[in-house]
Design a protein around this ligand. Structure first.
Ligand SMILES: O=C(O)CCC(=O)C(=O)O
Ligand SMILES: [Fe+2]
Length: 342
């Protein structure tokens, strides 16, 4: 039975730091096998993490629905606030920019109400840490696939990305019917269409990931640990080497739950992502055509896409005829594997 990797990344900054190579080997092994690795992080500081989950998120989700909807949802990939079953979620674009956090707080608490400085400080601290973990994991994976250093740092998720934060709330499922022993899901199994998503749980269980051997593995909500999962764009960019991670949410205790996540998306909405040229060769035929990620997100959530369930990526940009797919299929892919589509 192959376990999910659990790797301590505390204090690790750059290639060359002590412990880099061992950590890289463990991170890459787990990401290449499962599209997921658990990383011990240790920051943000416990008091900010407690403030985030104990005050900031409860204060946000207790707001009236019409106020939360000021974070207006647009067509995918521009989802703002949404509510589906027991889950509700608010999305902040470019959450690595203090102005974006401030603008989001001003939108929801236009007058003096709400502790906006605490909101901004706690979300910024969580975002910084999740961004650090995302960067380390992508870097370790690309290094382990043999990409030269200059290409690693120029790769889209590291160089130029929209780092979104999504803050989520799952309502309690009261009573003994909270779980029927297996089936009740708070969020159905899905792939994220991001490059990477980092998930920060807190105290209440819920996240489950599908391991390579087909078992659902519950990721315990440890305060110093985040789960880092591969989204579909990382699968495309690595030409299938890193499988996207199928994941779902199940909370047998039925308790109310909060979650913070950070996802890396391409920086613009007219961006095409294709396999990195170095990862396409005779032994590794091209598996994906370059994909306009916004068009893909719209397809994924369209009626046709929903009918396909979790097979949308293959349907949208998978190379069907694997024979003779060893070259670039006549498609010019820019060196970084990402080009502005105009
Ligand atoms: O709540 C979780 O643990 C996972 C949430 C998730 O996968 C998502 O919002 O895309
Ligand atoms: Fe997800």
């Amino acid at each position: 039975m192959e376990e999910l990797g659990r790797v301590d990344l505390r204090g690790l900054q750059d290639p060359g730091s002590p412990g880099w190579e061992e950590a890289r080997a463990a991170v890459a092994a787990s990401m290449l096998a499962h599209g997921c690795v658990l990383v011990v992080a240790g920051v943000p500081a416990p008091e900010l993490r407690d403030a985030l989950f104990g005050r900031v998120l409860p204060d946000l989700f207790v707001l009236p629905r019409d106020v939360k909807l000021r974070n207006a949802p647009g067509p995918p990939p521009n989802t703002g606030y949404f509510c589906h079953g027991v889950q509700e979620s608010a999305r902040i674009n470019h959450a690595d920019d203090a102005d974006s956090l401030r603008a989001f707080a001003d939108l929801l608490w236009p007058d003096a109400a709400g502790d906006k400085p605490l909101f901004c400080e706690a979300v910024a601290a969580a975002e910084r840490e999740m961004q650090r973990l995302d960067g380390l994991v992508v870097r370790m994976v690309l290094e382990s696939l043999g990409l030269p250093a200059e290409r690693v740092v120029a790769a889209p998720p590291l160089a130029d990305a929209n780092r979104i934060v999504r803050l989520s709330h799952y309502a309690a499922r009261p009573g003994p019917a909270a779980d029927d022993g297996g089936g009740v899901l708070s969020m159905a199994a899905h792939y994220d269409y991001s490059f990477i998503t980092v998930l920060m749980q807190h105290d209440v269980e819920g996240l489950e990931v599908l391991a390579r051997d087909g078992r659902w593995v519950a990721v315990p909500p440890e305060r110093d640990t985040c789960a880092v999962i591969a989204g579909e764009l990382l699968t495309v960019m690595t030409n299938g080497r890193v499988p996207a991670c199928l994941h779902r949410v199940r909370t047998p205790s039925g308790r109310e739950r909060f979650l913070a996540l950070m996802s890396t998306l391409p920086a613009g909405t007219s961006v095409v992502v294709g396999p990195l040229n170095e990862l396409v060769d005779g032994a590794h035929p091209r598996l994906y055509r370059p994909v306009d990620y916004a068009a893909y997100a719209r397809f994924k959530y369209s009626d046709d896409g929903r009918e396909l369930g979790n097979r949308t990526l293959e349907a949208f940009c998978g190379v069907v005829n694997k024979e003779g797919a060893g070259d670039n299929d006549g498609v010019e892919v820019e060196q970084q594997g990402i080009v502005a589509a105009g």
